[in-house]
Design a protein around this ligand. Structure first.
Ligand code: ADP
Ligand code: ZN
Length: 220
């Protein structure tokens, strides 16, 4: 199905997990600028080296860098049937840039979803988050226990370098200052904005998101 979505929300709210579930359901790619940046850091590309200091400090990387990444993805074949944007846009200038990219291609957004959760829950989720070095599985110490191996492949689980406590506080502050104004921006846009409660099990949140999208797809 042709569907173009933005999934917004603060760090740790579950955009990655829910974005995967939704993208799978609609058969569209999930475009995560955070994942693209981590891939560049891991590969040690010039772009990776350019953004490393921002990433490690929990600051936003420059707008033109992420806009370049998104423009590149839009020009690939994968996004012809739609996409889900996760972690982008994060500033008003990125949102304007996205609007221009869409307009040039005659495309429109179907929905902008905002996942929400209280700050203490975000901090608890992020500080316990662990990622498998080998297969990329994202899990939580609540689920696997401390110092456990990956339940999928047995490799080591590690903390993302920007998930340390000091960096997390900065990411939350950056979200409030630079990204939260976008909620209003999209609420006033033609597409509108729908807030969705991010608390509860993975399945409960997914079902809430899907229910919201049904209304977005078939306006009364
Ligand atoms: P989270 O939403 O949990 O913070 P992400 O993986 O989306 O995780 O982002 C991690 C980091 O990657 C951000 O703190 C920032 O440094 C960088 N980043 C990701 N997306 C963007 C973006 N759209 N604009 C600027 N920086 C970004
Ligand atoms: Zn693994």
């Amino acid at each position: 199905m042709d569907v173009r979505l933005i999934l917004m929300g603060p760090p740790g709210v579950g955009k990655g997990t829910q974005g995967e579930l939704l993208a799978e359901r609609f058969g569209i790619p999930r475009l995560s600028t955070g994942d693209m940046i981590r891939a560049a850091l891991k590969a040690g590309t010039a772009l990776g080296e350019r953004v490393r200091v921002y990433y490690e400090a929990g600051e936003l990387v420059p707008d033109e860098v992420v806009l370049g990444l998104i423009a590149e993805a839009f020009d690939g074949p994968a996004t012809a049937g739609g996409f889900l944007l996760d972690g982008f846009p994060r500033t008003v200038s990125q949102a304007d840039g996205l609007g221009a990219l869409l307009a040039e291609r005659g495309l429109k957004l179907d929905a902008v979803l905002s996942l929400e959760a209280p700050e203490r829950e975000l901090v608890a989720r992020i500080s316990g988050r662990r990622v498998c070095e080998a297969c990329g599985l994202v899990t939580h110490v609540r689920a696997v226990g401390d110092d456990a191996p990956c339940p999928e492949c047995g490799s080591s689980l590690v903390q993302r370098s920007d998930d340390r406590a000091e960096t997390v506080r900065n990411r939350l502050a950056v979200y409030r200052e630079q990204t939260e104004p976008l909620l209003e921006y999209y609420a006033r846009s033609e597409t509108g904005l729908t807030a969705v409660d991010g608390l509860g099990t993975k399945e409960a949140v997914r079902d809430r998101l899907l229910e919201t999208l049904q209304y977005a797809e078939s306006p009364a």
